[in-house]
Write a protein that binds this ligand. Structure first.
Ligand code: AHR
Length: 650
């Protein structure tokens, strides 16, 4: 967090002392002294088909390099709508994280009274002998609870003899202001846990420094104990899904109009050990039956965002699912040959759960879990990053074992390798597969890779499952996206789009970070518990500009300059033409774009100083859109230094 604060402060200082050179693109207004005008003439016929799936997203509940201090919390405490932390005491030794006693009470984690087989403990609240007034406990969420003017859904389990009212409250943790107070009549017994579900309204808190409290009449329990389990608190979720996504974060993801979702990892699929791999069957059904796990990112995952939730998310945002299955590689060991067979059996069970009719064993389980129709799965990735962390020598064989098992039962599925290095792949890969490539690079390196995909064999379709600009020279590799970095991503994406006949899919990674917990940056979107904290990085805007203006055909362009520092790609869908441009240089450039037979449209421009960043609670760089009118099909665009533009005309 200190590193984040330092880097944000440095970025803020740089932003405040920025060069006041023009930051928005202008039409018909080349800057004085501009030496390098470029003419681009779009050829409106011919060209290559562009993959409709090109711009997607990758999500995992935490990103990679196994390091003790690594954490990100993009799922629990992030995209998943549930707001209370450590609600099921999952993961390795969570202790009383996020809990505190209130009034004449003490609290402890109690393994003697598990809530379920999966949730193996509960919170015991013991009340002082002779106590009066209200006692109970608080949960402080993920460094606070966002409290807004809305109706909250709340559920918890309770054990112990108690008849009367409980009070649920949302309270300002430092100022004591009560934003919600709600009585819940209960008749709990000591024989078994009783589940309570309720809803209540809250007024908005000005900050995120809030806690959820559960209180009971201390005199009724004095000298005794009550146990509570798996408390859950949700504001309204995206598309009102039960156990759904946090609405504001989901909405800005939906605005990207991503074509696919790659999940559940990333490293998070792999497991620190074989036993702590992501196991699909432990992430389905009622949340109270999900044990959770210690993630590859050294923090607990509740798995409340589980397999079906990912797929509802895909359905709600019209994304094609790209599901990764565990292929034998964990950080702590690799299962191959005969040892891998039971895990392959498990993959087939997972696929029956997803694709089988409701009268099959696992298809019927899916139906019982609320989804009668099979899920529309077409793409399966076999593992994650098998060209790293020891996977390479055994991957060719593991890939073929899994490929053959899946292909035999599901010949229509497209299978994707998790390695791109030919040395880690079968000598003769089967036809019809795709290859996943990952790279995180400095801005200059990303730009230097511009032509890489021009040379990709057209018989090896690619998914760029993870990429992004990253400061690899810092020991933490750590910063939040800034304009030059985002411009380099735009250059790189222009290279991908030019080759989108063979680069079928590409997803920036990682997607989200919860600022107070950040150890990996950059990401596209950041947030914390405070109102207005949702921060869309400059890289977010590049992704949005590109993915919301993708043509069906990539068109040839005649130019008076070669690529660099200006880069471009043109495309069309019917009679709408799009030209994407990025100026990876420190001088403004005038560009005359000619697209015969077009008359008007708009220009979207993202620009800022090279080190300009969008800061939490202070985002200033966003695309500016203006209408444009062509003169005999020509448009003059002033491309600011480090600017990224999309010209869309008809
Ligand atoms: O996106 C962050 C991590 O980077 C992913 O988990 C992993 O696949 C890659 O190494």
């Amino acid at each position: 967090m200190q590193v984040l604060a330092r880097s944000l402060l440095a970025a803020l200082a740089a932003w405040q002392s920025r060069d006041p050179s023009p930051t928005t693109g202008q039409l018909h207004n080349p800057a004085p002294g501009n030496q390098s005008a470029v003419n681009l003439t779009v050829i409106t016929s011919g060209g290559n088909h562009s993959s409709p799936l090109l711009y997607g997203i990758m999500f995992e509940v935490g990103p990679t390099v196994p390091r003790k201090d690594f954490s990100l919390w993009p799922g629990d405490g992030g995209l998943h709508g549930q707001l209370l932390q450590n609600n099921g005491f999952q993961g390795a030794d969570p202790g009383l994280t996020a809990y505190k006693p209130i009034g004449p009470a003490e609290i402890m984690q109690d393994y003697l009274y598990p809530v379920s087989e999966a949730i193996t403990s509960s919170l015991q609240v013991s009340v002082t002998t002779g106590a009066t007034g209200w006692a109970g406990f608080a949960n402080t969420g993920y460094k606070g609870i966002p409290v807004v003017n809305t109706t909250y859904w709340c559920q918890f389990w309770m054990l112990g003899d108690y008849t009367g009212d409980l009070i649920l409250r949302l309270v300002g943790a430092s100022n004591g202001t009560i934003y919600a107070s709600h009585n819940v009549p209960v008749g709990s017994t000591a024989q078994k846990f009783t589940q309570y579900t309720t809803e209540f309204h809250a007024s908005a808190s000005p900050d995120g420094h809030n806690e959820w409290q559960l209180l009971f009449n201390a005199s009724k329990v004095a000298g005794g104990t009550l146990n509570f389990g798996l408390p859950q608190l949700f504001p309204p979720t995206y598309k009102s899904r039960p156990n759904g996504l946090r609405d504001d974060i989901a909405q800005v993801i939906a605005d990207l109009k991503p074509s696919f979702l790659r999940f559940p990892g990333g490293n998070n699929l792999e497991g620190l050990q074989v036993d702590s791999r992501w196991q699909w069957n432990l992430t389905i059904g009622p949340v109270v039956d999900r044990p959770g796990r210690q993630s590859d990112w050294f923090y607990p995952n509740t798995d409340a965002l589980g397999l079906d939730e990912y797929l509802w998310w895909c359905e709600d945002m019209k994304m094609v699912p790209v599901l990764a299955v565990w292929d034998g590689k964990s950080y702590g060991g690799i299962q191959s040959g005969q040892e891998l067979e039971p895990y392959i059996e498990d993959i087939l069970h997972e696929l029956e759960y997803l694709l089988g009719p409701p009268n099959t064993t696992y298809g019927s389980l899916r139906a019982r879990n609320g989804r009668v129709q099979p899920w529309p799965i077409e793409y399966i990735e076999i593992g994650n990053e098998d060209d790293y962390t020891g996977g390479c020598p055994t991957y060719p064989q593991r890939f073929m074992q899994i490929y053959e098992a899946i292909h035999q039962s599901y010949p229509n599925l497209t299978l994707i390798t998790s390695a791109s290095d030919p040395q880690c792949l079968p000598a003769e890969p089967p036809p019809g597969i795709m290859y996943d490539f990952h790279y995180y690079r400095s801005p200059d390196q990303l730009v230097a890779q511009f032509h890489e995909w021009d040379h990709q064999s057209r018989s090896r379709p690619a998914m760029i499952g993870e990429y992004g600009c990253r400061n690899t020279s810092s020991p933490d590799g750590f910063y939040w996206p800034f304009m030059r970095c985002s411009c380099s991503e735009a250059v790189h994406m222009i290279g991908l789009e030019r080759n989108s006949d063979v680069v079928k899919m590409a997803s920036y990674a990682p997607l989200l970070q919860n600022f107070p917990y950040t150890q990996w940056s950059p990401t596209l979107i950041g947030f914390d518990s405070n109102p207005g904290s949702l921060t869309l990085s400059t890289s977010y805007w590049v992704q949005k500009m590109f993915s919301t203006s993708q043509g069906e055909t990539i068109l040839p362009v005649n130019s008076t300059a070669s690529f660099g520092p200006l880069y471009w790609v043109a495309s069309k869908t019917h009679r709408t033409y799009m030209v994407k441009m990025a100026n990876y240089g420190h001088e403004l450039r005038s560009v005359r774009v000619t697209i015969p037979h077009t008359t008007a449209g708009h220009l979207e421009m993202l620009s800022g100083p090279p080190d300009g960043v969008n800061l939490p609670h202070n985002s200033t760089i966003r695309p500016v859109r203006q209408k444009v009118t062509g003169v005999r099909g020509s448009y003059v665009v002033s491309m600011p230094a480090w600017g990224v533009a999309v010209l869309l005309v008809h």
